[in-house]
Design a protein around this ligand. Sequence first.
Ligand code: TYM
Length: 315
Amino acid sequence: MASSKKRLLTGLQPSGQLHIGNYFGALKPFIDSYEEYESFLMVVDYHALTTLRKPEEMRENIISAVKSYLAAGVDPSKAVIFQQSQVQEHTELAWIFECLVTVPFLELSHAYKDKLAKGHEANAGLFNYPMLMAADILLYDTDIVPVGEDQRQHVEYAREAAAKFNNAFGEVFKEPKEMINKAVAIVPGIDGKKMSKSYKNTIPLFGSKDDITKAVMAIVTDSSGERPENVYAIHAKFKDAVSLDALYEEKKGKYKDLKEALIEDVERLVAPMREKYNSLTEDDVKRVLNEGSDRAREIAQAKMKVVREKVGVSL
Ligand code: TYM
């Protein structure tokens, strides 16, 4: 029986060990809302291929991404967890969208320009990235796409792709909406800039207590103000404002004590998740991904049957 719930779908690239920015920016918002919807969570390995050319790393990252979501509390019986490359309809539909949009339209992508500015090669996959993402979203008649602010334009591209197809061939695709949680939109790193693996300023989500201690002790502090702002900004993700302000008042000027308090708060959140993460095996991950990908493929194949008829390639 079809579910009456709205559909929610999101994706993440298997691009390395997750950090607490990913946790507050993507995992937690997903975990807090996914049960209200019919939810899909996808590891977008073919997107990662635009920048990653180390097969062993790709494999490890796919496994680690799924373990992270399971350890953080996603129940695979309540969400479809799947691997993009296992559902070939994604790349097929992306091609069709690529035939409908122009080069100047794709050149407007902020993410593409940012990647080039960071020194990435301008490969055609990176350029066409938004059309693969549009396919990811539109194949499933997705209503809502929870993402961070940096992905807003990509969801707009998906709406445009839907409109262009519907105009050319008749109504097939639903236009999705992004869901962006402003309160957690940016998690700062240990240098005060946005926490990001490429800036090497992260606190690892599944690191040991030693890894967490090292990262927190390395937070850049500035002694000119009343309190160490970089420590406070990260700490604010872990404690409510009233108890946090009381703590920073009591320990005024004692930066080491404040960092130790932050380590304890990070550890309290992370320790049970780390234990779960370490208890999961590769076989657990494969089972979840295979089952999820079978379910996703059923939906994607039904949609592509309609798409092929509409564009005139089914004889
Ligand atoms: P990706 O893999 O870069 O990031 C996954 C999600 O994490 C969010 N995010 C953050 N949020 C807050 N603070 C941070 N420091 C931070 N770092 C990352 C991102 O906004 C994202 O929501 N193109 C997408 C993947 C994708 C996708 C999709 C998403 C492919 N197909 C379909 C949704 C639907 C990306 O590269 O995310």
